[in-house]
Design a protein around this ligand. Sequence first.
Ligand SMILES: O=C(CO)[C@H](O)[C@H](O)COP(=O)(O)O
Ligand SMILES: [Fe+2]
Length: 225
Amino acid sequence: MSRSLKALIGPSILNSDLSRLYEESQKLLDNGADYLHLDVMDGHFVPNLTLGHPVVKCLRNKIKDVFFETHMMVSKPEQWIVPMADAGVNQYTFHIEPVDNVAEVCRKIKENGMKVGLAIKPGTPVTEVERYISMSDMVLIMTVEPGFGGQKFMENQMAKVKYLRGQYPLLDIEVDGGVGPATISCCANAGANMIVSGTAVIGAADQAATIRSLRETVQQAINNK
Ligand SMILES: O=C(CO)[C@H](O)[C@H](O)COP(=O)(O)O
Ligand SMILES: [Fe+2]
């Protein structure tokens, strides 16, 4: 049977009340999130700090059967592969910009039993990531400068998504940054199927309805292709 694309919504907990990380995460899952997108920042690759593998491990101890993606906004992604695998991460998504040997990092991630996600910043050409696609499970096209939640969606990044979708009909393509009800059609029509949404979902009056509506918009675009 051939594989088909699936619309998946992975909320980012970055702009939630982080003193209640477990409760906020569980609430998102109860409201229909397909996976959790955990933003890891090192204060060096981006000018902000969030959480690391000890926190991810504690969260994993409380939330067992859910797909955890870590979005590694770090200068040395190779350094955190083993600790994140040990913490129970399912997919290790890292930025290729600071990495000399992307293939080697991909190899190590797989060797440690995780899926590989390749991320690029808004200023990085899509061709930079395209050459590594065969080694990856997913490509993340950032739609804000990484580092902070609550920023404005960059529509000009959709050209990258459209290009990738045209070339790779079954590739998992994720968008992250400023995505919510106002911008989801843009992402869906360009061909993104994995949707990270932080502020828009966390702050929604009806979280379940918002998650459902994001997924329906994306699934409809997939079905109409
Ligand atoms: O990687 C990120 C920031 O670097 C976050 O995942 C992203 O910003 C999600 O939050 P929001 O939807 O509020 O933009
Ligand atoms: Fe992110």
